[in-house]
Design a protein around this ligand. Structure first.
Ligand SMILES: [Zn+2]
Ligand SMILES: [Zn+2]
Length: 379
């Protein structure tokens, strides 16, 4: 890779400078000198909420990853409120996002590779004509067939101006606060929501834990989930991108997942893809073994530790083998087995037992890690 930087993208640079001046200088000054009414704050909050959820549940999980299916009223909601977020059309967004997953961290092909720099991953990739930022529409040939997405793409800039400037101005007229509404519900809300999304490309590839894989830089970070409607569990997401959830535990803050589940209950969404619990746990246990092996390689460990790890690993391979055998049996039994309630229950029981065995092993391995660390500190 050459160090020569490509030309600046003037339209993007002007936009980002202007919107930041409005959001960081003009809006606070207006707030201090004139003030914002509750209506303005409410409008900014509602647009922030709806547009954020539309990016997460719509642009990202529905269209980029096809992790569920949605009825047209829901799609229309996502298209309209997603446009409020000013992150380009669904087609452009998904084309780049699919490349990000395919080539994650690659400096030549990942549109916002963190290996270039934190700044590049966060915002720099949009400020210059980087070859990796070019849009490859062949990535989204499946989405190009959708008339709604084609319509949004064709009229994207008109829609963007109408929604981000026209709607706040109109609502401002109604409550008699045009400038306040444009500054807070327009510019400041936009800058805040954009940086929250950009953090997924920068912070979620820098700060947090890698529970499922260390093959790439993605991280799980519960704090970031609070700002991104649940997208903070990014290491999980890179490992299981087809899953409609990012935070899989019930206590994980993931409003994107809750919205999709609620829409499914209301009949607006269907065919939600979930990764089997066993596969999720298997990835976590594999990571534990990687950590233990690193520890083993870096310290002068006693032979007993190595033997214990070896024994645990054999047991792990055995459990995985058993799970694959039950899975193969179920596939062979075909659709009839799923309709037969007794058989269905029987498979559920066998899978459930293996889930428990693997969970118990994960607990044992973390105890092993802790004991070992304590022993090496004491030595
Ligand atoms: Zn990522
Ligand atoms: Zn993704």
């Amino acid at each position: 890779m050459s160090n020569h930087k490509p030309m600046l993208a003037p339209a993007n640079v002007i936009y980002f400078v202007a919107v930041h001046v409005l959001a960081l200088v003009a809006a606070p000054l207006w707030g201090l000198l004139v003030g914002f009414s509750g209506w303005v704050w409410l409008t900014a909050g509602v647009i922030w909420l709806f547009s954020g959820l539309s990016i997460t549940a719509g642009y990202h999980r529905l269209w980029s990853h096809r992790s569920y299916q949605a009825a047209w009223p829901l799609k229309l909601f996502f298209v309209i409120f997603g446009t409020f977020a000013l992150q380009n059309s669904v087609l452009v967004w998904c084309a780049r996002h699919r490349l990000h997953h395919r080539f994650v961290d690659d400096v030549e092909h990942d549109p916002h590779s963190i290996r270039k720099s934190f700044w590049h991953a966060h915002i720099g990739w949009m400020l210059r004509h980087w070859p990796s930022s070019a849009v490859d529409f062949s990535q989204v040939s499946d989405l190009e067939r959708d008339p709604l997405l084609k319509w949004q793409h064709r009229h994207y800039w008109v829609l963007t101006w109408l929604l981000n400037l026209g709607v706040p101005a109109l609502l401002g007229l109604l409550v008699g606060e045009v400038i306040g509404m444009v500054l807070l519900a327009g510019a400041a809300r936009l800058v805040f929501s954009q940086h929250c999304t950009f953090f997924i490309n920068s912070l979620a590839h820098t700060w947090g834990k890698r529970h499922y894989s260390n093959d790439n830089t993605s991280r799980d970070n519960g704090w970031l989930a609070l700002l991104t409607w649940g997208e903070g569990y990014h290491n999980f997401h890179h490992a299981f991108q087809a899953d409609y959830r990012n935070g899989t535990r019930w206590w994980h803050f993931d409003p994107g997942k809750w919205l999709i589940a609620a829409c499914s209950a209301a009949g607006l969404a269907g065919r939600l893809k979930r990764t089997p619990a066993f596969k999720i746990q298997r990835a976590r246990v594999q990571m534990q073994f990687r950590q233990l092996e690193n520890q083993l390689a870096s310290t002068d460990a006693e032979a007993t530790w190595a033997r214990t790890i070896e024994r645990e690993y054999q047991q792990f391979m055995d459990i995985v083998g058993q799970w694959q055998a039950v899975q193969a049996e179920r596939v062979q039994a075909g659709g009839a087995a799923l309709r037969n309630r007794w058989q269905k229950q029987e498979f559920r029981k066998r899978f459930g037992e293996l889930d428990q065995v693997l969970k118990a092993q994960a607990r044992r391995l973390s105890m092993l890690q802790q004991d070992w660390q304590a022993a090496s500190r004491g030595a």
